[in-house]
Design a protein around this ligand. Sequence first.
Ligand SMILES: [Zn+2]
Length: 496
Amino acid sequence: MRRSSARDTAARALLSALPLLVLACAGTAPTRALDGPEPRAPRALAWRYTVRADAALTRLDVVACFDAAAPEVLVPGLSGAAVPLEPRGWDARGPFPLSVGEGGVLRLPAAGRDACVAYHLDVGQVLASGDRDTAFRVGRDLVLAPDVLLWRPRRVPGDVAAQATFELPAGLAVSAPWPRVAERGDTYSLDASAFAWRGQLALGRFSPETLALAPDSTCEVVLLDAPTRTSAAGRARWLEAAAGAVASVVGAFPREHLQVVIAPTPGGGDDPVAFGYVLRGGGAAVTLLLDGGADDADLADDWVAVHELFHLAMPPIARRDAWLSEGVTMYFTELLRVRAGFITAREGFAALHDGFLRGRAAGTGRTLAAESSDMHETRAYRRVYWAGAAIALEADLAMRRRVGRDLASVLAELRACCARSGRFWSADEVVARLDALAGAAVFSEAATRWLAVAAFPDLGDAYRALGLDPTSGEPDSDPDHAALRDALMTSEPSDR
Ligand SMILES: [Zn+2]
């Protein structure tokens, strides 16, 4: 502990020169755009974390230091998810008393400037909640929300600059969605979104692998500690094909850096990937629950990876508006599988048809708007996803017919302006933006028609235009219909 304290002090002395430089540059800094990539300007370090673990990952030790005036309280991002054990605090004058309050809040009324606190967490206690959003183990490896680990002031400034350094025993590695601080291997830079949005850390005996996903995009992939029949080369081909397909639809891969966590799960499911999700806290992360029985060839049947990666091409969309985020994503999921070479165009249309049939058969009789806002209670996922996908298909065809645009090219523009937005968008906002980008109120017309009614969207006109049999989904042989089907599955983003 003494060695690291000395290092902290030396680092602080070195960094104390920085605030003046930052102030000197502030007047000439470009105005930040409301949406889109946010430039990371060099800033004074405000909060610094050092995380250590034992070899078995049963105990995590944290030292957290806060530059300048001390916060009165430090809170965990997830209230009550973990108890900070044996907390201690000190500043330049020496130790100060602190106490633990409700929900694990640390109170430090006597702390002076540049205060540090130290505490540790019992991983078994954190896992005891059984909440996978908080923490879970895969074999000996551990995945946990940074919210459980990093106590911080109650208010997180929008321009907060924080760093986290991991000092782990030999053989243990860390994977985080945060950007690395270049000169130090396991030191990461955390912005406000790392505290405001969910993220996840993986700690374990894995070897993170870096893949070039698309031009200007890399991802760090970790395979957690459970059996899989897939090979590293097979997984790399699968992820590169999925990311390449997303980039081909929306013009570029939406992120320069991505964390991919692959968690093999006990085999036996219908799909090679049982489940996946995207997190955006501090950077982009995708977690994929890979069926342990799946091999490299089975990965060609996967739809989850392209689906999750595609979510990153749109701004974060409010949970109640899943019909839009999941509908557009579901529609493109099948197109992406064709683009990635996983399935043929004919199989892509068959998959869309099958999805529409299942969506039509599901649901609770609510309007689509209500079905969408209540989805997590009623579990009417299929209805919401596929009704949204039907609206996306209708909008795509209407754009082509009426304004000579297509949904992929419009989404490419949405990706460029807004995919990295730091706030949730409502469906109304996204739909208005899609209309504006398309130059006609095409998406809003399709959405308005079906959101307020309980009936599944009628795809009769769409099927006629595409030459698909309404019952079997089989394509006809009319060359005009075939040309439209080809355009839907293969079109590149247009120039506009
Ligand atoms: Zn989804």
